[in-house]
Design a protein around this ligand. Sequence first.
Ligand code: NAI
Ligand code: MG
Length: 373
Amino acid sequence: MPKYKIALLPGDGIGNDVIKAAMIVIDKIKLDAEFIEAEIGWEFWKKEGNPLPDRTIRILKNTDCALFGAITSKPKDEATKELAPELREKGYVYYSPIVRLRQEFNLHTNLRPCKAYKGNPLNYRDDINLVIFRENTEGLYAGVEYHPVPDNFRKIINKHRKMRKFEKVLNSDMAISLRIFTKKGCQRILQSAFDYAREHKRKSVTLVEKPNVIRETSGMMVTEARKMKVKYPEIELIEANVDAMAMWLIKNPQKYGVLVASNMFGDIISDLAAQLIGGLGFAYSGNIGDSYALFEPTHGSAPKYSGLNKVNPIAMILASRLMLEWLGEQEKAEKVEKAVSEVLEEGKVKTYDMGGNSSTLDIAKVIAEKIHE
Ligand code: NAI
Ligand code: MG
């Protein structure tokens, strides 16, 4: 029996192109794994009213982790219009399968490495090597939202002094999205960040929040971070406000090592940091839980490039590298890392985003050729 079972979720559009490319590299490192393809995405929403069919969930539950390409997703109303005619008006509501996967498998930690590889013409500077830990299941993206605001909820919050200014606003003219933090959620993401810093000999962990304004939630994160820091005397805790951090990351990105943030702030600074190291062709992440993990490039399905064998597969290949690291296959992970790094430094093959005209598969093949037994 193979050592690992890995689910492959190509999804829509270029998700298929980049998964094919990543598999060329994975084949070359001879991972002792069985790969099981599973269905996810827009096609299944249209045909079945569910972009994440139950059979896919069952496959995932029977694997160690998953590699995910990308999906197409659209706002609720547009989604409903694209349903097969026989499914319309049956109450199907579109829900992002990625968000659902994160909740269903409790993938609480989003790990996003942002490293500048020498020779990448899209780098902002060559000495960036950041790792961002974003809380992935709580905060503003927990999905607890109201519009109109229910009466009983309104009664509770109307007692708040600061609600006076909203007194005359109708329930139907008010929308509320709750920012929910739990101590456990804060501790979990902070511990992942500190453990990573210790293991990878990083000097600091920077907490990116806004406690001076969002006192209770950001405040809880700060309190927990200070407590956690005591257990890691060798690591400096830097506290930064998210708005200021956006400026610092552009001014001095080389000064930071590990960043940690709640869901929405982490989402925003990860995209900012990703652009510093080359943008969507290079940005990837791991969604990691206690017993399952899913690795993906940051980009979406880019429909206009679908099937053209044109987009940059490096983000997907590096997502596979992160999976190898998570599986404990350090040596294989390093081989992939080294191969990507050499190919970029040589600069002979480049996809269109890097100013070249090599294809998706060309890049994957050249990277695979650099990997030796
Ligand atoms: P996108 O990331 O699919 O593409 C935007 C543009 O970025 C592309 O047109 C292309 O110019 C460039 N790009 C993306 N990936 C690239 C790569 N690997 N190499 C080179 N260039 C690349 O974002 P867009 O167009 O906003 O969304 C398209 C669909 O994807 C939508 O339905 C959206 O909802 C979905 N989406 C899915 C995500 C996921 O599966 N995790 C994430 C983001 C968007
Ligand atoms: Mg994002």
